[in-house]
Ligand binder design. Sequence first.
Ligand code: SF4
Ligand code: SF4
Length: 391
Amino acid sequence: MNRRKFLSFSALAGAGAVVAPQTAMAAVKSRTAERNANQPIATRILGRTGMKIPILSMGVMRADNPAVVRAAYNAGLTHFDTAHGYQNGKNEEMLGAFFKDKDRSTFTLATKGKANPRSDDFEQDYEALFNTSLRRLKMDYVDIFYFHAADDVETLTNPRLLTMLKKFKDAGKTLHIGFSTHAHKPAQIDAAISSGVFDVCLISYNFKLNILPELNAAIRRGVEAGMGFVAMKTMVGGTEDAEGHKRVNGAACLRWVWQNPDITTAIPGFTSFDLLDNCLQAAHSPQISPSDVEYLASLQNKEMLYCQHCGNCVSQCTRHLPIPAMMRAYMYNFGYKHPSLSKETLLELAVTGNECTGCMACTVNCPSGFKVAEKIAAITPIVNVPSYYLT
Ligand code: SF4
Ligand code: SF4
């Protein structure tokens, strides 16, 4: 999207055309409101799940301080998002310890898990994985169980996967079924709609996306079919620059996301009280401002740390490396300042650190301007760093 189009889209939003309607923006009622009666956060409904949740939720992925979770809960956030793999299970354990004495009606929780539906032991492995998550969380059920990081339509619609997800729901282990994807491909959303199985989609969604018209249209089709949409990667990597020096204005990024009423909630991964405060300020004043629009427009054509996950590079690379996920690992380290997550991501890809060794000239031409070979050389050595050196 060029600067002119970006500004006109945002100006339309600023006028209220795509801001959530009053009914959907109703103030949080319930115990959340009691906890934070003076500053309610607007809520929206998550598709056919009927879950009414604040527009701001907590992506717990990188948080390791339960006091930050407590502060978010006390501030009126009710939805918390984790995954089986985050912090090698410690993330789920932390949430289990925090929520074990909380009234189950005061929060909703989503976790994610991934297994290969083409493997011989898939059913057994996937069930064991989910049971482990429930045990760590000290819960009989979660509100949403996502198939984690769907890469392609074939995997997402694999009959063995769909059967297992339905089995989890029928057994009451999850109230709703979802999938997460970094690839934000409209085709995945359409496949999920056709399957009739997925209630929720957790999707990368931010002002830098270069396929917004197609993606917004697909999200609309999903909403019309009853699906709910949750936004992640809203802060495009956390910094304004490709070097990871200057923190992005997260409040402006969130306000941009909330312009789309089809997005129920955003799950920024704040890890500290000041980042939480920044997100809360945005949630308490969610209307995008002219200065937000100007700020975001100034970043529109700038190289930052967010990889579009368009996948163009994979076929261009002589070795067909999983470059989008490697770029995500780069972002986790240099943008999020979370080297252990970066290492975890690369180890899942079986990266060794020698991926580009001996390749004489990089054949990848990234439309975002990423010098992928340089980024791969900078990030892959982390897989050989002992974990006790990494935060
Ligand atoms: S590195 Fe570039 S080409 Fe590859 S997925 Fe990311 S944006 Fe697309
Ligand atoms: S340098 Fe690396 S990323 Fe570039 S083409 Fe060679 S193997 Fe692929």
